[in-house]
Ligand binder design. Structure first.
Ligand SMILES: N[C@@H](CCC(=O)N[C@@H](CS)C(=O)NCC(=O)O)C(=O)O
Length: 224
């Protein structure tokens, strides 16, 4: 049994929630607003960011979504999320790095960070419209790339569902919470995301509700 400190719209937290769900690992979720710097949380993770996974048996504390997912894959091997051989694992890691790096900086931070996280934080300045314009432009480049992959592969990294699909879905679902994914312009990406959305591991994310910010109706709809 685990305890997961997470922020519902944080893509890194979402990645770990989906991975725990895929591996059918029971966990107690605790919503953490990292900017509040609660002393009890800072004592667990002096780095101050979410997600943090506490392994209740033994009391180990793990931070960083990739480190957590690697730990889960080693300790709960079924189903494997990193691919069956070294080449597949390299491709899974490349794509996870792509989404957690470029997609996060170019899209998630510009859209979810500006429109939702700043509001949750009570940031005095409000959203930066220039950053939002960049996010709207960049998401189209990324959806082109995801579309290119989904037209050639069953799942993003190859034949098997992997952490690459989880990382991509974690970011896209965060952006979808604010209704900023132009799904109808990218039918192949929409088909891939519909398959992900119907997995039981996504259900808890589709039930998320950030106080004061309701998601669009299609967010939780499996036939969106
Ligand atoms: N590399 C980390 C990044 C985690 C991260 O950036 N978390 C953000 C929320 S999405 C955070 O906790 N930021 C600290 C803050 O807002 O104070 C991971 O993969 O877990």
């Amino acid at each position: 049994m685990f305890t997961l400190y997470h922020l519902p719209v944080c893509p890194f937290s979402r990645k770990v929630r989906i991975a725990l769900g895929e591996k059918k690992c029971a966990f107690e979720p605790v919503v953490e607003l990292p900017w509040e710097e609660r002393p009890e949380f800072t004592a667990l993770n002096p780095g101050g960011d979410v997600p943090v996974l506490v392994v209740n048996q033994g009391g180990a504390v793990l931070a960083d979504s990739m480190a957590i997912c690697e730990y889960l894959d080693e300790t709960c091997p079924e189903p494997p999320l990193f691919g069956a051989d070294p080449l597949q694992r390299a491709e899974v890691r490349r794509l996870v790095g792509w989404f957690d790096g470029r997609f996060n900086v170019e899209v998630t931070l510009n859209l979810v960070g500006e429109k939702l996280i700043k509001r949750q934080m009570g940031h005095p300045g409000g959203p930066d419209s220039r950053a939002i314009r960049i996010g709207y432009a960049r998401i189209r480049d990324h959806l082109d790339y995801v579309g290119w992959l989904t037209e050639r592969r069953r799942w993003l990294a190859g034949d098997s569902f992997s952490l690459a699909d989880i990382a991509a879905a974690a970011h896209l679902s965060s952006v979808d919470y604010i209704g900023d994914v132009p799904w109808d312009d990218y039918p192949a990406v929409k088909d891939w995301y519909a398959r992900i959305k119907s997995r039981p591991s996504l259900r808890p994310l589709l039930a998320d509700h950030v106080p004061g910010v309701a998601p669009p109706r299609h967010y939780a709809d499996l036939d969106f």
